[in-house]
Design a protein around this ligand. Structure first.
Ligand SMILES: Cc1ncc(COP(=O)(O)O)c(C=O)c1O
Length: 488
């Protein structure tokens, strides 16, 4: 067989699962690379024959994938000169119905460049990430409180409300954070949001000027990175080791005044930011006259080890913006979260919310306030922590002892997911493809890195498993399926 000629672009990272539609997978892999910038506008794609040889698939399959990309405007043909990636920033608006309309704003262009695939939806399955045990939510209690609120709502709460959120809920959140996290805050510092993601996005909108640098953990929570990128930030990935974000590497980034961190349970590696690093981070913010966004998305879930004080509780300079959410204790679709802000910022954040949406819908806020005030919330937190722990133990108990190319499971002290290292990217892809083909969900650690990360490709490989989404029996069943799928 003749040797495959070198390709004009590096597509060696594409792995296709022979058990699934190959053309569709190839189309998705190329589309993802175009949208996240790995395949820049005007890049010439390999000839279909060469790509087919590289991926060991038929030329017909490649042609079908290319056709779909053509149809959707991601690539274009140049007569006699092959297939090129469309320059989305300049071309995409021309494809809109108003061909002669105004040029797209820079914000719109950034949004087009930073497309984020939505999280998986539908009924939860083992080992979906980011999903708590919401099968245990006391819906009857919630329904009763909802009915009570709406049966006779106070007229004072039915007009336009405070953009920072319902006053009673803000008081209760402040009291909860004081007792559960040692975070001494005033209700006036709290702004209610539609979940942690909106809180992060508000920070991006108000603290980032286009072109400014923002430091984020790498690997890290990609949706936070997207919020900053859409606000025009230049993202700077900071490595994470066994003590969490590497503060020395952060300090080496010049002209950077904003960092986003997940200290209580780093997403996705699961490490806890050490106390020494917490103090270094606060010193960094003071030296730089900067800000720290502390995302405590799953802080309720700690099973062992001493919980460390949140950065916001250690902050003496008003540098930390603390992000919390009810979505990991109740359920994601609730869309309710909050920010605890340095006092000097609260007014600006509330005004920004008012511009966006006036304020969050009153029913959910009022019912959550009642849910907390009547003690249901604290009871539910305890129940959820126990359930997540029991589900974690079910996973640890039945996880196969020796999986070739896969490290042993780590000790898990917190959170709703765990991360296990895999020897190479090829092995990660193989394990993922077999698991997904058998109907078991899990994520690849390689997906959580910024494009163009310096770490060798194989050092980025791993599996990220959510363990709380389904009850123990379903976890045990999924592990039986997985053993078969992985030939163990
Ligand atoms: C690290 C991290 N931050 C924030 C969020 C978003 O949470 P919410 O559903 O409250 O927007 C998630 C969701 O998975 C997350 O993993």
């Amino acid at each position: 067989m003749p040797a495959t000629p070198p390709l004009p672009v590096d597509l060696s990272g594409i792995r296709l699962d022979p058990g699934q539609g190959l053309a569709r997978q190839l189309y998705q892999a190329l589309r993802e690379r175009i949208l996240d910038g790995r395949l820049a506008g005007n890049t010439r794609l390999p000839a279909s024959r060469d790509l087919a040889a590289l991926l060991s698939i038929s030329r017909n399959t490649v042609t079908r994938a290319f056709d779909q990309l053509y149809a959707e405007g991601y690539v274009e043909g140049r007569v006699g000169d092959g297939t090129y990636v469309t320059d989305l920033a300049s071309e995409r608006p021309a494809a809109q119905p108003l061909a002669s309309g105004p040029a797209p704003s820079a914000a719109l262009q950034r949004l087009q460049q930073h497309h984020l695939p939505p999280p998986l939806s539908g009924a939860p399955k083992a080992f979906r990430i980011g999903v708590p045990a919401f099968d245990l939510f006391p819906f009857e209690v919630w329904a009763r409180l909802q009915a009570r609120f709406w049966r006779k709502p106070s007229a004072a709460r039915l007009g336009y409300g405070d953009p920072a959120g319902d006053a009673t809920l803000r008081e209760l959140v402040a009291a909860y954070l004081r007792s559960s996290r040692g975070l001494n805050c005033d209700p006036a510092q709290i702004v209610i949001t539609c979940g942690a993601q909106q809180a992060i996005s508000l920070c991006a909108q108000l603290l980032v000027q286009p072109g400014e640098r923002v430091a984020i953990e790498n690997p890290g929570y990609r949706a936070a990175g997207h919020a900053f990128a859409v606000a025009g930030a230049e993202l700077c990935g900071v490595p994470v080791d066994g003590d969490g974000l590497d503060t020395a590497a952060l300090a080496a980034i010049e002209d950077c005044r904003l960092v986003y961190v997940t200290p209580s349970h780093q997403y996705p590696t699961g490490v806890t930011l050490s106390l020494a690093r917490r103090l270094e981070l606060l010193e960094w913010a003071e030296r730089r006259d900067g800000w720290i966004i502390e995302d405590d998305y799953d802080g309720e879930y700690r099973y062992s080890g001493t919980p460390l004080a949140p950065l916001a509780a250690l902050d003496r300079q008003g540098r930390v913006l603390y992000v919390g959410t009810f979505c990991k204790i109740a359920f994601p679709a609730l869309r309710l979260g909050y920010l605890v802000l340095p006092p000097a910022l609260t007014e600006a954040f509330a005004r920004r919310r008012a511009v966006d949406m006036r304020h969050s819908e009153i029913g959910t806020q009022a019912v959550m306030a009642e849910f907390i005030a009547a003690g249901h919330f604290q009871r539910h937190v305890r129940r959820m922590r126990q359930a997540a722990r029991a589900r974690l133990e079910a996973l640890l108990r039945d996880w196969p002892a020796a999986i070739p190319g896969c490290a042993a499971l780590p000790k898990v002290e917190a959170g709703l997911h765990l991360c296990v290292r895999v020897a190479s990217l090829a092995r990660e892809r193989e394990l993922l493809a077999a698991a997904r083909a058998a109907g078991v969900e899990m994520n690849g650690l390689s997906d959580y890195w910024l494009p163009h990360s310096l770490e060798p490709e194989d050092a980025r490989a791993g599996l990220v498993l959510g363990f709380a989404a389904v009850p123990e029996a379903q976890i045990a069943e999924a592990l039986v399926v997985l053993r078969r799928a992985w030939n163990l």
